[in-house]
Design a protein around this ligand. Sequence first.
Ligand code: URA
Length: 435
Amino acid sequence: MLTAYEIIRKKRDGGILSSQEIDHVVREFTAGRLPEYQVSSLLMAIFFKGMTDEETFDLTRSMMATGTTVDLSDVQGCKADKHSTGGVGDKISLILAPLAAACGIKVPMVSGRGLGHTGGTIDKLESIPGFRTKLATAEYKDILRKIGVVMSAQSDDLVPADRKLYGLRDVTATVESIPLISSSIMSKKLSEGVDALVLDVKVGNGAFMKYRGDARELASKMVQVGRAYGKKVAAYLTDMNQPLGREIGNWNEVVESLRVLRGESSEGDLLTLTTTLAAEMLSLCSGESFSSSKEKIKHAIDSGAGYNKFLEMVRAQDGEIRVVEDPSKYKRPEFSYEIKAAESGFVTTMDTFKVGMASVKLGAGRLKIGDRVDPLAGITVLKKIGDKVSVGDVLAIAYSNEKERTMSAVKDIASAYSLSQEEPEKPELIKERIA
Ligand code: URA
């Protein structure tokens, strides 16, 4: 067996790692016997040199082997989940999970925290006072059985290797790698015990995959791995050249999700993408057509069934229902700053990575392992691509509880906008379905 040093060197020089070598690194790192500096180096070597399909499959399997697979065979019904590769303002899970559950499928959702410039569902849910995201397996299954939806953080025994690698990648600029994203997502999803899985692969300047070709490769890899494990899987390539919806942060994203669930949002990218992905989940489970599944999802919004499911889940996970029912009762951020247009024209592009990083700097995400997330920090995006603006119009509003942070993020947000006199084409929201 090669030493860790030799394994790093082999990958650095473009070699192909054997399944034993991959397994050794994953096992030893998870057990705390391999230092972070060596694993960081290996991650960086993988980032630059990539991995073959076989290496990616081996990595996924080794990661899964560090934990246990949740056995959901005693929970009746089709179990389905959705996972996004990560975006800015991507709060789809918060809306989609209760909607799908309201339509009769079981949604056992294990979500992540913010990663790099992107937000995480667990950080958002934890902005609801009292909401417990750490659940023992028995309770997790109990909530799933009774309510149809449960949203939790990765338990200690669900792919512990990913928890450690994810944290390390987050702070070592090694997130944007097809084999690392693929193995991270699929190891968790395959350990979750679901029957069906919808993958939302983001593409654009705010995604880990900047180009459609890379996003397609990532999507195909994940679909292939899922199929190899006997799951029903479909992937969508969706736009991340601007934030999704209007809110970026944590509590503000919960509030925006509540508006969609209450039927107060009758149009927009957030609603369109959520209903599409939720309908795909239903359709994978039931075999019914996509269009009739979409009708069911729309009905779950109109009837309030999805919103009620969300409330039921919040209650079951000890979240404070008072602020969910009336967000005006929530505390407010200390500082806010309006970013105004210095010129007139149409918004032509948004540097979504920069906007996401600005949100992290405001306190909505982490700059290093262990940083505390501020539930109130974030950004409201008032102007998006294609919108016409006049001098002085508010483009966005930044919020935080620290003045210095607010002011530094403001500069980044202002410079993330490009305006021109010509009306641009809006980016295509749903680019491709891969199944
Ligand atoms: N989401 C994950 O779970 N893992 C990644 O690596 C990226 C997005």
